[in-house]
Write a new protein. Structure first.
Length: 206
């Protein structure tokens, strides 16, 4: 008997390191289990946010060694972050265009990898257009989509939904509308949650 498919909704932001680490675990999960991933937009620093204080910058810098060690030891990744403090809204809008074309997961991976491994400026439209071309999208159509009001509204709807759910940070991973797992959880934790939901779904279907 095949295990039932599990829907997983993920709120994340491209400039969040924990979202990137969670992405790697979720991609591994998708290859090992029957799950359907749905990515949702979240902005850690929306346009108009107050400047980051020197004290907060110092705390971020102080946390870097621990982050780098975790990425290396638990995820086998070497992080090379792109420009600090970029506006992710444009990239998030581009994600909605990619989703319309059936390439949402490919785009999500490409943008995350570009920022956190290749240190690219994903706040720049031309950089994003290069990434979109790399996954097979038409460059001009993609650039035009970045100014599409309807796509921007879809991003805002994701953000509003996160607020309605009481989500205050990312990544936030919701399994089948049953369980919320916050943070960059390692692959075994996601496997456990997935298999628990699969068991519950199978029992309900029996």
């Amino acid at each position: 008997m095949n295990e039932p498919q599990v829907r997983i909704d993920v709120w994340s932001d491209y400039n969040c390191p924990w979202s990137f680490l969670a992405t790697t675990s979720l991609e591994k999960l998708k290859n090992s289990h029957d799950v359907e991933l749905h990515w949702h937009s979240y902005e850690l620093r929306p346009k108009g946010s107050p400047p980051i204080s020197p004290e907060y910058r110092e705390r971020i810098a102080a946390a870097q060694p621990r982050l780098q060690t975790m990425a290396r030891e638990q995820y086998s990744l070497e992080l090379h972050q792109g420009p600090f403090g970029i506006d992710s809204r444009t990239a998030l809008t581009g994600a909605k265009f990619a989703e319309q074309q059936g390439l949402g997961p490919d785009y999500h991976h490409a943008v995350m990898y570009a920022y956190w491994v290749e240190a690219k400026d994903i706040g720049a439209r031309e950089v994003l257009a290069d990434l979109a071309e790399g996954i097979g999208r038409n460059r001009e159509q993609y650039l035009a989509a970045l100014d599409n009001v309807d796509l921007d509204e879809q991003v805002q709807n994701d953000i509003d939904q996160a607020q309605a759910y009481g989500l205050s940070g990312v990544p936030a991973i919701v399994f089948d509308n049953r369980y919320l797992i916050p943070g960059a959880q390692p692959y075994p934790v996601l496997v456990q949650a997935t298999e628990q939901v699969q068991a519950e779904l199978a029992k309900e279907a029996a």
